[in-house]
Structures are given as C-alpha cells and as structure tokens.
Design a protein around this ligand. Sequence first.
Ligand code: G1P
Length: 307
Amino acid sequence: MKHTKSHAKVRKAIFPVGGLGTRFLPATKSMPKEMLPVVDKPLIHYAFEEARAAGIEQFIFVTGRNKHSIEDHFDHVYELQSRLSARDKKKELEQTSDWLPQAGNISFTRQQEPLGLGHAVWCARHLIGDEPFAVLLADDMVLSKKPCLKQMVGAYQKTGANILGVMDVPRAKTSSYGIVDIDAKARTGDARLVKAKGLVEKPSPDKAPSTLSIIGRYILQPEIFDILDKQKPGAGGEIQLTDAISGMTSKKGVYGYRFEGTRYDCGSLVGFVAANVAYALEREEITNVMIDEIEQVFKRSGHTLCK
Ligand code: G1P
C-alpha cells in the first residue's frame, strides 16, 4: 500500500440524531433515544467524547422533531450551575459544563423528513464543505482501550480513503446491517484493514457477500456528497449511506477497519441493557458492588450465569 505523508485532518463529525427510537417506547415518547443514559451519561455524550478523543473539533448534529433536549445537553444550564456553585459542588459543576465544546464549534441542522441515513448525512453537506469527516451513530457503543474512531483515524492516515468500522456478525443477522463485499485480492499490509469492492445494505443471509458488518463509525471523503446528491432510495425505501459509500470504491477507495473492542448495539433493547452492565462494571468506584448486585439478582431470579 502507498503511504502518503499526510492526508487532510479529520476535524468535523456528523451525529445523525433524527431517528424516532420506536424500539424504546414508551421511554422515547417524549425524549430522544440518543438521550437514554448508559449508567449516568446519555448515549450521545459517549459518541461526542469518542469523537473528541479522535481529534474532532467541530460537532455537527442532524436533528429532527422533539430533539431539543440534545441541544440543551450541549449548552450551559445556568440555574443549576449557579445553585451548584453556591453550594460549592465542584465535581457536579464540572459534569454540567467542563466538557462543552467551544462556542461556535457545535452546530445543529435539521433533517425535515426521515428519508434515511444517507439523506441525514447529506443535510450536513454545507457544514462539512470540502474535507474528510467522521459520522458517528450514537446507537453503537464501542468499549475499547483506544477509542474506536481514534483507531480509524490511524487507518485513514495510512490510506487517505473512506474507512468504515466493521465486525463480523452471525450470518443470520446480516439483514440488520450494511455488509462489506470484500476484495480478497487486495493486500493492505494491516490485518485489521480490509478493502471493499462493494457494500450491500441489509442483505438477507443467503445474499450477503460476507458477514463483515458496518457499525455506526465512518470516516468519509467529501466526494460522497456528489453521490448523495443523486442517490436513489434503496433498502427500506430510504436513501442509504451504505449505497453512496459503495459508489466510492472505484474512487478514493473504501476500507473496513476491524476495530479493537466490544461493540454494544444500543439500538436494540438487549444491547442497551448489556451496555449498561458493561459500562457500570468499568467504573472502578462501583465495580465490586456491581458484581455483588449482579450475583444477587441472579440468585433471586433463579437464573444461573453458567449454562
Ligand atoms: C445503519 C446503517 C447500516 C449499519 C448500521 C450500524 O442502520 O444503515 O449500514 O450497519 O446503521 O448500526 P440502522 O441501524 O440505522 O438501521
């Protein structure tokens, strides 16, 4: 593989947060699914932290109806802050606002109709302009030593291409994800990096070209917007990001990056609850009590951990 010295830095990230979250009703009746907490932070906050850890400076949210609480989350909350300050609650005060992006480094645009993920990304085209950018879906959480997007930025710096976070799923599940058609002949020189010759959105198991599925982490080249301009609806009648990226294989190239870490699919109930347990166990101050609690829950319920 050709090693070019430096590629344009990935400075901007898009967070598509327009989804309805119907799998989490009634919790999401009046609250965005991206604000559901895993332990004590909303899903969107984890995605934001991951982006920042990967060097992202500009945070772009593509919202929809009833998403105001996401905007409020990324703003000061003066009444609470002044009360906390009056009571000298330093730690709590830090948690409300120490992490806020600098004014002007956060933008919100609206996807007025739910036409698909490709359309949501396209809605942010003027905010991205002509530079590479990341897309993070808050539904997907990756628990890892090095943040997933940061790992992918490393792969982007080597290739200058489009990079997708990927992992193998059981064949029976291919119809829930974008699937990579692997270019088996291509040598990438990196065991984690796989070249794609195409991508298929949510193929049935018998039609899936592989079991390598795309998770909600992307580094994309701005040429994607020219493709999205003309992208026709695909799977589910929606304008699919996967289809547009597939159109880039012959241009700047598309690679899957087998990230290090464990992915939790928080778009599903089981994945979301599992993420809560896993992230709680990661919190040193509560790890031991959590283990005791989990053991007690199992005892009381009559279930056993080992089958
Ligand atoms: C979206 C993408 C899909 C990808 C998935 C990852 O699907 O369209 O290609 O595999 O995110 O979570 P969705 O989960 O929005 O149906």
